[in-house]
Design a protein around this ligand. Structure first.
Ligand code: KG4
Ligand code: ZN
Length: 305
């Protein structure tokens, strides 16, 4: 079967075609650079951009896959969570195709899709596994018992990890989204120069960490900027990795996956790899193009409806 998948939950317009053997036959992601000047995603701008890009992304994907729309057997679309105006563009478009072709429409949860995105480029990977989802909008530890059974053990009660990195980066004068730049700076600094405070609650919370870092930037400006990036990115990576490991150990899972934009972080990959190796747990990452918001993961999640 061939699944046409659509992702428009935030600021990436992405369309993919995946088959039932988990192959990605084509994918086109049109990212929106317009938000940089606002220092964050502007919902109204995002919706209008999706509206202008969705047909272009769909046609490019079909061409890449060398298929016609009549070869599509089902349509999958990210329906929750996300910016409502943005989601509605994808959902309406998906409904239109499904009605016109008389094929099923499958609505998919965006976070569950991030949680299983590592299976796209890791052919032999199957649940059960614990997944650490870290992005600009979400921070969760989810147990994936099988492709249809998901249980969230931790989630952020305030900011998401990527959001903190982007906001601290903005205070440092780095253009939005600054997560990847901060990640590179972190590898050049001294991670022990500052000590990041870790919240003493039994869930994820990042707003105190964000305030701590922003206050230091306000006080020191560009002094020790790499050291601060290092303490922050290593500190956050240790924090989220420890929570993922805790659940994997409690449930006896021998595999951990990551997903979301921050899963591309070199620092996180380094920290989590070390902890998994020490605990005899196999670790899987998505390819970087499947870390950011993308439609391939929506198609993979959708095929297990
Ligand atoms: O998954 P994503 O594309 O969108 C959301 O669902 O939020 O994630 C975007 C986030 C941004 O906060 C961005 O700064 C962060 O992922 N990010 C990174 C890296 N690449 C993107 N953070 C750390 N290291 C990276 N290499
Ligand atoms: Zn996302």
């Amino acid at each position: 079967m061939k699944f046409l998948a659509i992702e428009t939950s935030c600021d990436d317009t992405s369309v993919a075609i995946v088959d039932s053997s988990r192959n990605v036959l084509g994918m086109k992601t049109l990212s929106q650079s317009e938000h940089a000047r606002f220092g964050g995603v502007m919902p109204e701008v995002a919706s209008r951009h999706h509206e202008n890009s969705i047909l272009e992304a769909s046609l490019a994907t079909l061409e890449m896959a060398n298929l016609s729309v009549n070869n599509v057997d089902a349509v999958c679309v990210a329906s929750n969570p996300g910016l409502i105006g943005s989601l509605l563009v994808g959902i309406s478009f998906a409904h239109g195709i499904s009605l016109a072709l008389n094929v099923p429409l499958i609505e998919v949860n965006h976070i569950e899709s991030h949680a299983i995105s590592a299976v796209i480029n890791n052919e032999n990977l199957d649940p059960p596994f614990v997944s650490l989802v870290v992005s600009g909008g979400h921070t969760s530890v989810i147990d994936v018992e099988n492709f249809t059974k998901y249980k969230t053990y931790f989630h952020t009660i305030d900011d998401a990890v990527g959001e903190v990195l982007d906001k601290v980066a903005r205070e440092m004068g780095i253009p939005y989204p600054g997560g990847a730049t901060l990640d590179s700076m972190a590898l050049q600094g001294d991670r022990n120069f500052f000590k990041m405070p870790r919240p003493k609650i039994s869930n994820f919370s990042f707003s105190g960490i964000k305030t701590w870092a922003i206050e230091i930037v306000k006080r020191l400006g560009q002094n020790h900027i790499n050291d601060l990036a290092s303490s922050l990115v290593f500190g956050i990576s240790e924090y989220v990795s420890d929570y993922a490991l805790k659940i994997a150990k409690e449930l006896g899972r021998k595999q951990i996956c990551t997903g979301g934009g921050v899963a591309a972080s070199k620092v996180l990959r380094k920290v989590l790899s070390k902890k998994c190796a020490e605990n005899d747990i196999n670790l899987f990452f998505p390819d970087t193009r499947y870390c950011q918001d993308n439609a391939a993961m929506i198609g993979i999640r959708g095929m297990f409806f």
